[in-house]
Write a protein that binds this ligand. Sequence first.
Ligand code: GLN
Ligand code: ZN
Length: 751
Amino acid sequence: MTTPFTTTVLGLPRIGPDRELKRALERYWAGRIDADDLAAEGAALRERQLLELRAAGLDSVPVGTFSLYDHVLDTSVMVGALPSRFEGTLDSLDGYFAAARGTEDLAPLEMTKWFDTNYHYLVPEIGADTSFSLHPEKLLAELDQALGLDLPARPVVLGPVTFLKLAKSTERSRMPLSWIEQLLPVYVDLLGRLADRGVGWVQLDEPTLVTDLAPNELEVVRAAYTALSAAQHRPAILVASYFGDLGPALPVIAATGVEGLAIDLVAGALPDDGILAGKHVVAGVVDGRNVWRTDLGRAVELLDRVEHLASSVAVSTSCSLLHVPYTLAGEDALDAELCSWLAFGAEKVAEVALLDRARQDGSNAAAEFASAAAAVTARRADPRLHRDEVRERLASLTEADRRRSHADVRRGRQDELLGLPPLPTTTIGSYPQTPQIRRARVDTRLGRIDRAEYVRRMRREIESVIRLQEQLGLDVLVHGEPERNDMVQYFAEQLDGFATTSNGWVQSYGSRCVRPPILFGDVARPAPMTVEWIGYAQSLTDHPVKGMLTGPVTILAWSFVRDDQPLAETADQVALAIRDETVDLEAAGVRIVQVDEPALRELLPLRAADRPDYLRWAVEAFRLATSGVQDDTQVHTHLCYSEFGDVIEAIAGLDADVTSVEAARSRMEVLDDLNEAGFDLGIGPGVYDIHSPRVPSVEEIAGSLRAALASVGSRRLWVNPDCGLKTRGTAEVTASLRNLVEAARRVRGEL
Ligand code: GLN
Ligand code: ZN
């Protein structure tokens, strides 16, 4: 067998320490640089990373996890599986970006979330016209670059089972996995090409193995890896799993001839005796998904235990470093104490290397171990993590704090107070982020304007959004969210217990990056966060203005969250802060509050067995956040970005007076699902897709409304777009909403 390695990480971030790749991509799309310039930027970023890994002392480095857009799209290209509408474009960069982003006449591949992360991949489309063939040029170029630098390169490829499991079949009667036999020869070819280059190990990523697989799917896993490991000419195969336990897939994969297994020991548990015998195990003891410094003592203990189970062990991260920021270096605005608790990408690489040195000889790393242990102890003892007033308040909560009066009672009071017509029209919260809004934010950051001037400019924006909505004839208005850079960061910046980074960017999809806040301590709200804006908006009009807040689950999902207590407890702390805000809004004369939970589905555990517990605490946290107001106050929520099938009952459990959901792209099916779950409250299925600049016609919207009426009846139906409007332009928003109001009027007339 090829010599096992000792120290590695499972994958690397792509966007560069200063989002160089993002900027290069945007310049390329704008026609300001050409394909060669873009390729050169990518090569430079990779070289820099590879040299950093070598300097850190890794003896196996992942190659091929770089991507100009997405690694699942890269895999579709590599196995020749782009749908035929992209025919002839396979070898050109513009064809690649057409599949990623679409063109005037070509619809892009669908995009969806990568397991339970906030990274989005492009869904492979497999159908009758798919005929797989190997196009390994990208991978081989990256491999050659690493070999040219004399690095111990380990190509990383998305495995065939996960690739197909993530794909969608365009043939109704055929599951994507049924294409495995056609796909495997391409992988066998690839293994041969890698062996030709002298590659010792190849990593095949199979995160799908940590999800629930049916017996016939496990059989596919067994057959696929039996076939791949039977290939004559190939490197040693490392099957990498992450984001959880292998569970029943472990004995299946371990019984095949693959030489190595990467297992996630942060999200999953140590396997039983015997099963790993004879394998090279890559032990994920450094958390690749969160930002906390590793408890090195505990990691060494784990490594010792794995040593007894396997033939050899390498130290590694639990998953790719795609999900954490590049480096802590330069985060000078973070307080030094908090900083000493953290490890971003570069620091995690150093931890992996350090753990390996300590494994060889404990005295090698004594000083570093002592300092890491001191940081872990200091973090545990920090007063910001244990605020008595927060703990006492949580401890004294009762069932009643999470329940409102019966929905019918609330409906009666709200109908009387709000006096809305049937089929009330509204929007989801944000209006276009105009150049003026962006300029005000930049001017503030650079100190060019003071707070008073900033407030003046925001008020101007709010006033213009209110007047626009009045002119359009919308029933329930919003203030437009001009003051929000991001719906989570805005709150994180104002709550105790959160910190925000200056450069902690993580790729969300393509060139899109987010900067998740760090939720490190007990959460408290020192002052109202939104009342000055929403109260101002309400003061300008007689129409009800809906106050917009972000819900506890979404705040958790889009932050790096403390790992020293159950998520449920952290969620309740955030919920209390949001609850206090709803009560303050109510006191300021706001009669409707909306608490958005677009990430409700995203945090759903990968295994069905873990879901009920999650859904229970997620729903309870939402109810805690929204049950502080009077019956008169109407509570709305908004959900999007997902198929709702798995969370339908939870949606009903939220008990929001009105729920708006993304529905325009998935037709109105969600309504029937909700009915079946016994949902009987207000519902606003999005009547047009805001993800495209297209202006929907009155007749089209009216058609959607009539379809919705067939499922829910006029008493409960609301009329709204399917998400916020912040990424759209003012002209198209105005035209679309004018049609939306007209469509509602027309359909009301038919009631
Ligand atoms: N209120 C938010 C907005 O309109 C909701 C965004 C979202 O659902 N992601 O922008
Ligand atoms: Zn939305």
